[in-house]
Design a protein around this ligand. Structure first.
Ligand code: SF4
Ligand code: SF4
Length: 370
């Protein structure tokens, strides 16, 4: 779909996963039974054939609803062995690994759930050692374990460096799929789709076939909404606390009716419920259409989100229980640290890559006039 007269970009070489996806996509493009199912199928039908860049884009546009798997007459045991959700999921994971730096970290964290657990444990241990080496910080709340200065010194770079690496990876993806200059209306339209999670509503608004086989369900969309908006509220809570600390000289802890708590408590509950719901959906879903190599790593990521939310809420609920406060603070800080440090290397990569794929799809639709 990209302009074939444009200067050569860093086209992905054809891995085994890309070759297999191409084989399946060619069959789908001849069949076209699933044409109206999703944005990925609409993009498939705009192409006559698929080079590596097309397949990268289609893989990141697919949101793994599995509708095409359950309705496919060529799915196993048919000799064509069509399993498009799995083929695209493998290319998708490869793309997150390919554009990450260092790639080795992405391969480790995208394929081994235990690596994320080890990172959280190592973070907790490092923070505990630092806290004990520095002695009691003597402040309220979090700051009784680690002073505000140390907190900023650790968490600011731990957030900004992985964020920069994520943006660099995204730039690599954008160039590889032939992305063009982004127009404000395209950005607005992609944001609108991303924030409404409209693709998770399925082609006719009935939802996905993710965890209920041939029956449709909106559970995955609702769980994603809880996680997304819970995450946004938690971020708003941290941002408002930072403003209160620096601009109004009002350090934590904050009362229940303060802005950080009004954002943070509902945000934490939504994140916890959404993450546990997503973990359950992953367990209920059939494994055949999933990328088997990434299953437990994906599960570890979802559980890390739940652990961040649960430890944050417990910290707030048990704020007067002196004996537990130290341990809970360390657990919460360690999970947040592991989340930040692993940002470009875990399943979290799906969010920026999917957004970039939506944006590129907007551009393709404009070019094709539909
Ligand atoms: S998934 Fe199966 S039914 Fe759907 S378009 Fe492809 S080949 Fe046809
Ligand atoms: S799994 Fe769903 S989103 Fe992905 S290609 Fe099939 S129908 Fe489209």
């Amino acid at each position: 779909m990209h302009d074939r007269n444009s200067p050569p970009q860093a086209a992905p070489e054809d891995s085994v996963a890309i070759e297999e996806a191409r084989r399946q996509l060619r069959i789908c493009n001849a069949c076209r039974y699933c044409e109206g199912y999703c944005a990925a199928f609409r993009a498939i039908t705009r192409r006559r054939d698929f080079d590596g860049r097309d397949i990268l884009q289609l893989a990141n546009l697919c949101h793994d609803c599995r509708g095409c798997y359950y309705s496919c007459q060529y799915a196993p045991p048919h000799e064509f062995a069509l399993n498009l959700p799995r083929a695209l999921a493998e290319v998708r994971r490869e793309s997150w690994e390919r554009f990450a730096f260092p790639q080795r970290a992405a391969r480790l964290l995208q394929r081994h759930g235990v690596a994320l657990l080890a990172l959280a444990l190592a973070g907790g241990l490092a923070l505990a050692l630092l806290a004990s080496a520095l002695g009691p910080a003597g402040g309220p709340a979090f700051y009784a374990v680690l002073s505000h200065g140390w907190m900023v010194a650790i968490f600011l770079p731990a957030f900004l460096v992985p964020l920069g690496l994520t943006l660099a990876g995204l730039r690599g993806y954008w160039r590889a799929v032939g992305g063009e200059r982004v127009r404000p209306r395209q950005l607005r339209a992609a944001l609108h789709e991303a924030l409404r999670l409209s693709n998770l509503g399925g082609g006719h608004g009935e939802g996905c076939n993710f965890e209920r086989g041939e029956r449709f369900s909106l559970a995955r969309r609702r769980a994603h909404h809880l996680v997304l908006w819970g995450f946004v509220l938690c971020f708003a809570s941290t941002a408002s606390a930072t403003v209160m600390h620096y601009l109004f000289a009002m350090p934590a802890p904050y009362p229940p009716l303060s802005v950080p708590k009004l954002f943070g408590v509902p945000g934490g509950v939504m994140l916890l419920v959404g993450a546990l719901w997503m973990a359950a959906l992953r367990l209920w879903a059939e494994r055949a259409p999933a990328d088997g190599r990434a299953f437990w790593a994906g599960m570890a990521f979802v559980l890390l989100l739940a652990a961040i939310a649960a430890s944050g809420l417990l910290l707030w609920l048990l704020r007067d229980t002196a004996g537990l406060l130290h341990l809970l603070t360390l657990v919460h800080l360690a999970t947040v640290l592991a989340f930040f440090l692993s940002l470009p290397f875990t399943r979290m990569a799906h969010a920026p890559f999917r957004f970039a794929a939506l944006l590129r799809d907007m551009q393709e639709r404009e070019t094709a006039g539909r």
